[in-house]
Design a binder for this molecule. Structure first.
Ligand SMILES: [Zn+2]
Ligand SMILES: [Zn+2]
Length: 156
């Protein structure tokens, strides 16, 4: 019996490697209007606890760095990664969601995942397939919303 890879004319993937044909398939499905199936395919690649790409190196390098103020130290705010209280003059980085983490804690974190450890706010990544996934997912959501609105205006 021929294997999946023979039939689909592509090489088996190494761990963590994303299939190039996934993007292709996504476009194909979208073109034929089967957005839901497309979303399932992509969720099976990126969804659940599967690996997401790390945050964009450029974005990470541009995160603002500052020192913890005496007030914040008194308020006993914590770094959600190492769970230690911030001390006055600890060096922290602020994410776009305005959460702060020790520089030494957040840098290794963002090398593995692209989201804030506290609120899961996503940072841009350097992975074009994942960025496309996010764009299309937003588009599908927008479509669903438009359909609902249309449906509501016709039958509501
Ligand atoms: Zn920390
Ligand atoms: Zn956050």
């Amino acid at each position: 019996m021929a294997s999946y890879y023979d039939e689909h004319d592509c090489d088996p993937l190494k761990d963590g490697e994303l299939p190039n044909h996934t993007l292709h398939l996504a476009r194909l499905l979208l073109d034929t209007g089967i957005a839901a199936e497309w979303e399932m395919e992509f969720d099976s690649v990126f969804g659940g606890d599967r690996k997401v790409p790390p945050a964009s190196k450029k974005v990470v390098s541009e995160l603002p760095t500052r020192l913890i103020t005496p007030t914040e130290a008194v308020l006993c705010k914590k770094c959600a990664i190492c769970l230690a209280n911030f001390d006055e003059e600890d060096e922290v980085k602020s994410l776009p969601c305005s959460h702060n983490f020790h520089t030494k804690c957040i840098l290794p974190w963002l090398e593995r995942v692209n989201s804030c450890p506290e609120c899961r706010h996503e940072l841009p990544t350097d992975d074009p397939t994942y960025e496309e996934y996010k764009r299309q997912k937003a588009r599908v959501k927008q479509k669903e919303f438009e359909l609902e609105t249309l449906h509501g205006s016709m039958f509501g």
